[in-house]
Design a protein around this ligand. Structure first.
Ligand code: ACO
Length: 327
């Protein structure tokens, strides 16, 4: 079968920025507390008029332009998100906005692991020869689901979108390995469950109807899970690729928290200079964080053609995974 290559990246963020000092007018917190515990200094927030579809489409246009493909040549669009504009999915709306008439489009939900799970998923379609030109988007507007009176969570999250174009490669397979994991027994450490109320219809027949609440998180559990499982999964993926950490140019981790990034790098004995970070500007943007930080590094000429990247996402589910690829 064909190999795959990532041939373009793009990203988009809403323009409104909320810094820690301003946030401390809303909840009892401080720039000092947030910055030392998380590394986050500001986050971008989508207003009521800004849709996930629009953010994702902007990121997609950047990736399509960099790759040089025509929109009409796209075969598949996968949107990794947990915050679609429409519970039935938003990938089709993006397909329409882009005018990618030939492409089949669907959503994939794996929280903050969505981009890595999406990359592994789209790779299967390309490697088997079913599709050649794929758009993979990671996008989330978590601000819609944050409890803005809960200082333990509202300081962490921000909104954004990132995208890559994945194509059949004529010069070898540039996705060197991946490894995906789930552990539903830890589901309650980070969740946004639908809560049902009985709603009587007729006679004894009732249905459950309700609403999603707001993000509930056990921060310490999430931290412990991440610093243990992320180094493990990266090591497994490196082993599969027959590489060791010294042969990796960039560690591109889900941008949850600077302390998690530092701890993962240290456990892998990876110098911190190799760890991409932009979470001080954007906070945790969930499925968007990996393609967002990747795209910024590519556009700033930090990541260069041929560089080897170890990417790892981790989050609710819980889910976690790693992918090793060459730029
Ligand atoms: N400002 C000021 N004080 C705060 C804040 C805040 N924003 N948040 C919590 N506190 C207080 C708490 O109330 C508590 O006070 P108390 O001792 O009087 O009760 C104290 O600070 C310590 O709280 P902890 O929750 O124990 O703080 P901790 O040191 O664990 O840090 C943090 C919290 C930063 C959230 C940490 O647990 C963490 O980083 N966890 C990982 C979270 C994460 O990354 N989640 C998302 C990853 S997965 C995904 O991306 C979806």
């Amino acid at each position: 079968g064909a190999g795959i290559a990532i041939t373009g990246s793009g990203s988009a963020t809403p323009s409104a920025s909320l810094d820690n000092d301003t946030l401390s007018q809303l909840v009892e917190t401080s720039d000092e507390w947030i910055a030392t515990r998380t590394g986050i200094r500001q986050r971008r927030l989508a207003n009521a008029g800004e849709s996930l579809t629009e953010l994702a489409t902007r990121a997609a246009r950047g990736a399509i332009a960099m790759s040089g493909i025509e929109v009409e040549d796209l075969d598949l669009i996968v949107l990794a998100t947990s915050t679609a504009d429409d519970l039935f999915g938003s990938a089709s709306a993006i397909q329409a906005q882009l005018g990618a008439r030939r492409a089949v489009a669907f959503d994939l939900t794996a929280a903050c692991s969505g981009f890595v799970f999406g990359l592994a998923t789209v790779a299967q379609f390309v490697r088997t020869g079913v599709y050649r030109n794929v758009l993979l988007i990671g996008a989330d507007i978590l601000s819609r689901w944050v409890d803005w009176s809960d200082r333990r969570t509202c300081v962490l999250f921000g909104d954004g979108a990132g995208a890559v174009v994945v194509q059949a490669s004529t010069t070898g397979d540039r996705l060197l390995s991946f490894e995906l994991c789930s552990d539903g027994s830890l589901n309650n450490c980070l969740q946004l469950p639908y809560r049902t109320q009985p709603h009587s219809l007729v006679g004894a027949i009732e249905v459950g109807q309700g609403d999603y609440g707001t993000i509930a998180m056990n921060g310490k559990e999430v931290y412990r899970f991440a610093v243990k499982r992320v180094p493990e999964v990266i090591e497994k993926a490196l082993y599969r690729a027959n590489l060791n950490i010294d042969e990796i140019d960039w560690l591109v981790l889900h941008q949850a928290n600077q302390r998690i990034l530092d701890a993962v790098a240290d456990r892998l004995h990876c110098p911190r200079e190799k760890v991409l970070t932009n979470l001080s500007k954007y906070g945790n943007t969930s499925a968007a964080s990996i393609p967002l930080v990747l795209d910024e590094a590519v556009r700033q000429n930090q990541i260069k053609p041929g560089d080897r990247i170890a990417a790892s996402g981790f989050g609710a589910g819980v889910t976690w995974g790693a992918a090793i690829f060459e730029w």
